[in-house]
Design a protein around this ligand. Sequence first.
Ligand code: FAD
Ligand code: E0Q
Length: 468
Amino acid sequence: MTQAPRITLIGGGLVGALLARQLAQHGFAVEVFEKRPDPRRAGFLGGRSINLALAERGLQALRTAGLADEVLRHAVMMRGRMVHTPGGASTLQRYGVDDSEVIWSVSRGALNMLLLDAAEATGVRFHFGQSLLGADFDRCRIRLADEAGSTREHAPGLLIGADGAGSALRAAMNAYAPLGEHIEPLGHGYKELEIPAAEALPPALAQQAGGADRFALEPHALHIWPRGGYMCIALPNAEGSFTVTLFLPATGAHPSFATLPDAATARAFFAADFPDLLPLIPRFDADYAEHPVGTLSTLYLDRWHLDGRALLIGDAAHAIVPFHGQGMNCGFEDTVELTRLLAATPGDSAGAFAEFQRIRQPNANAIAAMALENYVEMRDSVADPHYLAKRALGAKLAGRIPGHYMARYRLVTFTHLPYAYALERGRAQDALLEELLRDTPDADAVDLDAAARLIQSTLAPLPDSRHG
Ligand code: FAD
Ligand code: E0Q
């Protein structure tokens, strides 16, 4: 038997650390070079709490790595999205059929540190403060720089880039043999703000906003303030705070980040458009002034690998916009697939990399498209009557014919069926809902027996392994 090759990962972020853990569990010798200092020593992002939604695909990958229970101990359950209308009313739209279908708000920093600990405990060697500068693929060497700027060379063995949307390995591969890179900027940016735990707010305010325990708002929801061309969201943190994200056009007519250059203009905008949210953000001016505007793009590549020498994974291969909450989940799903393929044929990395791309690329493209669609849905449609009628009819059909109808959101969020299947199935189901609601705006007016017969005769049954 050939010895398992050495593997060098670039990037010890969420995907790099989870991949390193699994590869080491399969007997590979894994080294990781990470640009930033060790967050377990240096602290994460200056101590800011940024969170993400973890769903079934990501959870399944964590189960595979033996880490799901530990991650869930620090997570906050979210049952649905709480939609806050301009009038100040709020309604919960459940994500799933019941509490067996929920998602989880996790701290990015805490999750990253847990994954680093787990990978290290499995024998992975991390080198922090080491940033990839370039690669010489003919000589099989990479160049690294430490934080003081001194550079060195390293012989990587197999080289895998988990270095995120701005991947330096991707740039090096692309310079050696073009990858067919296409970056589609969204044109909208984002900024993070904080709602502190309720004890930091006037008591009357926290109660009136619907909070419980230490939370200023309902803890078990993803909060959304849709406003048409833009929106705010807030995800709960385990300590009782929420991280708010404002999504807004980067440039152009008001409101955009260009027309809100400072805290004073932004405060006036929030007072007019998010009057219920502004009082919950006591450090609004400092947050707005100090936190950068993030950019959002979708990344498409024709090729993810250079024969058997180098491969891109996670955001480095397929960065997407965040509006379905699936970027990390998709990257985590990648790690399971790649580990399986490399472990099956450790002597044939070219074959494993090609197969990885063949399986994952259509799914990455599908979630990229669905994430873009979900921005319009979130900022615009969640309060739209026709959208709500389709949602209501869909929910009835899911109850009546669960073997034939499952909302696309649920296929994406609560199953392991391929993203490409969810996209295709969602299109077919949506066409039928449109047909059923063509002559009535009201879901209650639709003949459910006839609707069920139409769907059962038009669509194949959902695959058996809906949850597996
Ligand atoms: P990253 O997390 O970016 O990690 C890359 C790592 O590589 C970093 O540690 C970086 O320091 C390191 N690195 C970079 N360059 C170099 C170099 N030259 N040398 C060495 N190391 C380097 N996903 C979800 O699933 N759910 C959500 O709710 C969600 N919300 C999001 C909200 C926002 C606003 C954004 C922007 C994204 C969101 N995502 C979400 C997506 C998620 O953040 C990414 O998909 C995920 O972080 C990708 O992980 P990664 O490890 O591939 O990349
Ligand atoms: C989720 C969970 C950043 C972000 C993360 C998310 C979601 C949204 C809107 C956003 C999608 C949804 N969603 O509620 O439909 O489900 O992760 Cl903006």
